[in-house]
Ligand binder design. Structure first.
Ligand SMILES: Cc1ncc(COP(=O)(O)O)c(C=O)c1O
Length: 356
């Protein structure tokens, strides 16, 4: 049997058409062909990010830019907004990098409260905030506009936003909300193989970076900016994935962003309805749920590992049995990327059959 079709929240399924686009003959990255490829990506990426700033392309996973953004922006003390495995880890990473770091910690499955962010920032001393829009481990979609509004009311405080599992599934308006960095990887809703991270930096973010010494090279914002002016990247990028990205941006343009958002909302609602039929409770609170993936609490008497195993052996579909400290006590199903009502229905029929 071939590898299972992925309904886990990243990497997600990659279409044969995308792989075909990626099999383009290799080109050198310091030539005209590459400049054209790079330039062709900008309008689509800027529309998705909601920015007029250049969108930089890093050959790394999202963590590279998550760490890099700290390295470029933190003067001394960072506030990490923690509500799940990835946001908790960002706090850990900030400390590992030697920064003074504090956190707002909410129970996994809860959302970050902008009022709590305001109260914490009022304590003073913070120059940067890290924030995860869609906490992939819990299925919570945090209040991006609310948190950005609070952080922006504190002058000279940078806001770094991870939109790893939300970008292109819901509107992101980087310029309007005043985020200083928006970042994501391509293995989630862009439905590409892992290996690229995308990010944009505000003017204020670049001004802050200018005063930070020891930014290194690989993730130095100024290296990205300098090269972007020539439609290029600081170092050799994963050119094959860039061809895949060019293909996917074409698909996204054809579909239209609004339709893409609506499709994710619809296919996500199908999974919610499936769970409700079987008595599975959603782990994230009403009103703050991701539309790209669903996290269910595993009922006490439910044999999750057999369910996942049978779904795979009988239908070759892969869902995910929870992440971090809620592994086993939750499970997650992704509808990100290219999934349609028809493909989600196939999964639902298969899950119904396996449940008996
Ligand atoms: C919200 C979030 N942030 C960060 C990451 C880390 O991404 P990567 O593994 O691409 O570095 C993930 C991965 O699933 C994620 O879901």
């Amino acid at each position: 049997m071939s590898s299972p079709k992925l309904f886990a929240p990243g990497p997600v399924d990659v279409s044969p058409e995308t792989f075909a686009a990626m099999s383009h003959t290799m080109i050198g990255h310091r030539g005209k062909d590459f400049e054209e490829l790079y330039a062709s990506l900008q309008p689509g990426l800027q529309a998705i990010f909601g920015t007029e700033r250049p969108v930089f392309i890093s050959t790394s996973s999202a963590w590279g830019v998550m760490e890099g953004a700290l390295k470029n922006l933190v003067r001394k003390k960072v506030l990490c907004l923690c509500c799940g495995a990835f946001s908790d880890k960002w706090l850990d990473v900030a400390r590992k990098m030697g920064y003074e770091a504090d956190s707002i910690q909410v129970e996994w499955g809860e959302a970050i409260d902008p009022a709590a962010v305001k109260a914490k920032l009022e304590e003073g001393g913070f120059d940067t905030v890290t924030f995860i829009h869609s906490e992939t481990s819990t299925g919570v979609l945090n209040d991006l506009e609310g948190v950005a509004k609070v952080v922006k009311s504190f002058p000279d405080t940078m806001l770094i936003v991870d939109t790893v599992s939300s970008l292109s599934t819901v509107p992101i308006n980087m310029d309007a909300i005043g985020a200083d960095v928006i970042l994501a990887g391509v293995q989630k809703a862009f439905a590409l193989p892992p290996g690229l991270a995308l990010f944009a930096v505000s003017e204020a973010g670049m001004a802050r970076a200018k005063e930070i010494p020891n930014r290194g090279y690989y993730f130095d914002f100024f290296e990205f900016a300098k090269n972007a002016e020539k439609n290029n990247t600081p170092s050799t990028p994963s050119i094959s994935i860039l061809f895949g990205l060019q293909y996917m941006l074409g698909e996204i343009e054809k579909e239209g962003l609004e339709n893409r958002f609506a499709r994710h909302a619809k296919t996500n609602a199908m999974i919610h309805a499936w769970g409700a039929r079987h008595g599975f409770e959603l782990f994230a609170p009403e009103g703050r749920r991701s539309t790209a993936l669903t996290c269910f609490a595993t009922p006490e008497d439910f044999d999750l590992s057999t369910f996942i195993k049978d779904l795979k052996s009988k239908y070759n579909f892969l869902i995910n049995g929870g992440y971090g400290k809620i592994k086993g006590s939750t499970f997650r199903i992704s509808n990100m990327g290219n999934e349609t009502e028809a493909t989600m229905q196939e999964l639902i029929d298969a899950m119904d059959d396996v449940l008996g």
